[in-house]
Design a protein around this ligand. Structure first.
Ligand SMILES: *Cc1c(COP(=O)(O)O)cnc(C)c1O
Length: 382
């Protein structure tokens, strides 16, 4: 019997064994060792960002990035409703309230027009700080998510941030290698974040990274992720910190994965191009719009399909691991008290009809041809 074709699983064909063996041979497996520095250096060099701080996962990176950006309990943080739950959870960890913005129908990213109109109508500036008029709460950050590795309208979001004096913290956890006007996403805002979870473009098993060009913020992020230890020898800690540092043995995995990143991105572009070429003639498909002058990493090909839920069952019957899109954040029970700002409720439509297709770097042409044939068969266009 044929095995399931997975949605997005790692390729570990490089120096992974070699580097991990090195950690085991030398005993440097934990919170100290050279691979963490090397991994951070590789990310800095690749993204062009001045500072990179490795963390236990992308959610921890978001949590600390928000805290370092100044988000405090009682504040409001703006996030898209169409995202993975970690974005909203990280806001909740700080004690702030997430406000959810609907998706743009073309790009599926946070709708920057909806965002702008919301801020213009409902907020007021006092001494360069933006407050919600109705409650007096501070709008402490905007978190654009580069959905599915496609760059968001990051220049629009940044100019909205400038106009209302709100810091931008990018959730670029899915977007390693994606660029806008030749510059890596995650490096536009005050801070950016990456994830190296097993389903992402490169993996450390679990891991994340905080990006920033601001030295003071980088130092503070490093401090907070390492228990806020303020003395090199003594156990003196000057605030409540976290044990969020990535361990050396996992960073070793990250170094080996980074060496293969360009090949992974090339492969993801091929996978996307093949889906596009072989499915484009089917009627009423919706493809995520690519923003002008941007280059997505095409991490996970996702398409709006007619009769999507039936198609999903059909694919599962054929052992193809396809997935529905995220349940929008405003529909989750723990966020039911958070406002959802929308005009056309695009996020709900995307939840109803968008399906992610297998997109791992190791997906073979044969497997992809089988997936495409199965989809065409479902629509009677085989
Ligand atoms: C994966 C992901 C995260 C969280 O990263 P982890 O490493 O799994 O904690 C956050 N936001 C989005 C949009 C993600 O896809």
């Amino acid at each position: 019997m044929q095995d399931w074709i997975p949605l997005s699983t790692p390729s570990l064909q490089g120096n992974e064994w070699h580097y991990i063996k090195d950690c085991l041979d030398t005993g440097w497996v934990s919170s100290v060792g050279s691979y963490v520095n090397r991994f951070e250096e590789m990310i800095r060099e690749y993204t062009g960002c001045l500072y990179a701080i490795a963390t236990t996962n992308g959610t921890a990176a978001l949590h600390i990035a928000l805290q370092v950006a100044g988000v405090k309990a009682g504040d409001i943080v703006i996030v898209p409703t169409l995202t993975f739950v970690a974005t909203a959870n990280a806001v909740a960890y700080t004690g702030a309230t997430p406000y959810f913005i609907d998706a743009d129908p073309q790009t599926w990213q946070m709708d920057s027009d909806v965002l702008f109109h919301f801020l213009e109508k409902n907020t007021e500036m006092k001494e360069n700080v933006c407050y919600l008029k109705s409650t007096g709460q501070r709008i402490a950050a905007i978190v654009p998510v580069h959905v599915l590795g496609h760059p968001d309208h990051i220049d629009d979001v940044c100019s909205i941030g400038d106009r209302f004096q709100i810091p931008i913290v990018e959730d670029s956890t899915e977007a390693l290698g994606s660029t806008f006007r030749g510059k890596h996403v995650g490096t536009f805002g005050l801070l950016g974040t990456l994830s190296f979870n097993g389903n992402k473009l490169i993996t450390t098993g679990g891991g994340g990274m905080i990006l920033t060009n601001d030295e003071a913020l980088a130092k503070r992020a490093k401090h907070l992720t390492t228990q806020a230890k303020a003395d090199p020898i003594e156990y003196f800690h000057d605030e409540i910190g976290y044990n969020y540092r990535l361990v050396n043995v996992l960073a070793a995995l990250g170094c080996a994965q980074m060496e293969q990143l360009n090949g992974f991105i090339k492969r993801h572009h091929e996978i996307y191009a093949t889906y596009r070429a072989e499915l484009e003639d089917l009627e009423d498909l919706g493809w995520q719009g690519v923003i002008h002058d941007s280059s997505p990493n095409h991490w996970l090909t996702t398409i709006q399909f007619p009769r999507a839920i039936e198609l999903l069952s059909y694919l599962h019957l054929h052992k193809i691991q396809a997935r529905r899109f995220w349940v929008p954040m405003h529909r989750l029970p723990m966020f039911s008290a958070s406002p959802y700002i929308q005009q056309l409720n695009v996020a709900n439509q995307l939840y109803d009809n968008a399906i992610s297709l297998p997109s791992s770097s190791h997906l073979t042409s044969r497997e992809q041809a089988y997936i495409i044939r199965t989809i065409r068969e479902f629509y009677g266009k085989a």
